[in-house]
Design a protein around this ligand. Structure first.
Ligand code: FES
Ligand code: FES
Length: 161
């Protein structure tokens, strides 16, 4: 069967991208298989775990559910886009400093969601962080250190985020 492709263009981690994608392709597959951005993880593939979380126009989405063609004209940020060439993003650094990373598989999605929550509420409480991260499942950490990390960033007055 012939797969129908369409051309899309969008901003990805600050750069303009133009490519042809099958109309049935999901954003996660495009990022990982076509654009080599393997930081975003595939786990459930059904919108249940948050491992595939990316930012689209400033809001987090499950990229395993979103069609790649729907990225057209949008601004997409993945975990690779958070850090600068010089250093990790403060949210990433806090996860490391607090020992919140175990196997790490959930972490790109968890950090994208934590970043989104902190961007929208710099004074996020631990309870708000817990609720905001409910869609991001982790099999390793028990979440305590994840919440410590988010709380550490929320408590850093005047820090760059
Ligand atoms: S892989 Fe997308 S939500 Fe689980
Ligand atoms: S650190 Fe292993 S799944 Fe979260």
């Amino acid at each position: 069967m012939m797969s129908v492709e369409t051309e899309i263009s969008f901003k990805l981690n600050g750069r303009d991208v133009r490519l042809k994608v099958p109309v049935v392709m999901k954003t996660l597959a495009m990022l990982r298989d076509r654009l080599g951005l393997t930081g975003t993880k595939y786990a459930c593939g059904e919108g249940e775990c948050g491992a595939c979380t990316v930012s689209v126009d400033g809001k987090t989405v499950n990229s395993c559910l979103m069609y790649a063609v729907d990225c057209d004209g949008r601004e997409v940020v993945t975990i690779e886009g958070l850090r600068t060439p010089q250093s990790m993003h403060p949210v990433q650094q806090a996860f490391v400093d607090c020992g919140a990373v175990q196997c790490g598989f959930c972490m790109p999605g968890m950090i994208m969601q934590a970043h989104y929550l902190l961007e929208n509420n710099p004074d996020l409480t631990r309870e708000e962080a817990r609720r905001g991260l409910e869609g991001n499942l982790c099999r390793c950490t028990g979440y305590t250190k994840v919440l410590d990390a988010v709380e550490a960033v929320a408590g850093t007055s005047g820090a760059q985020r």
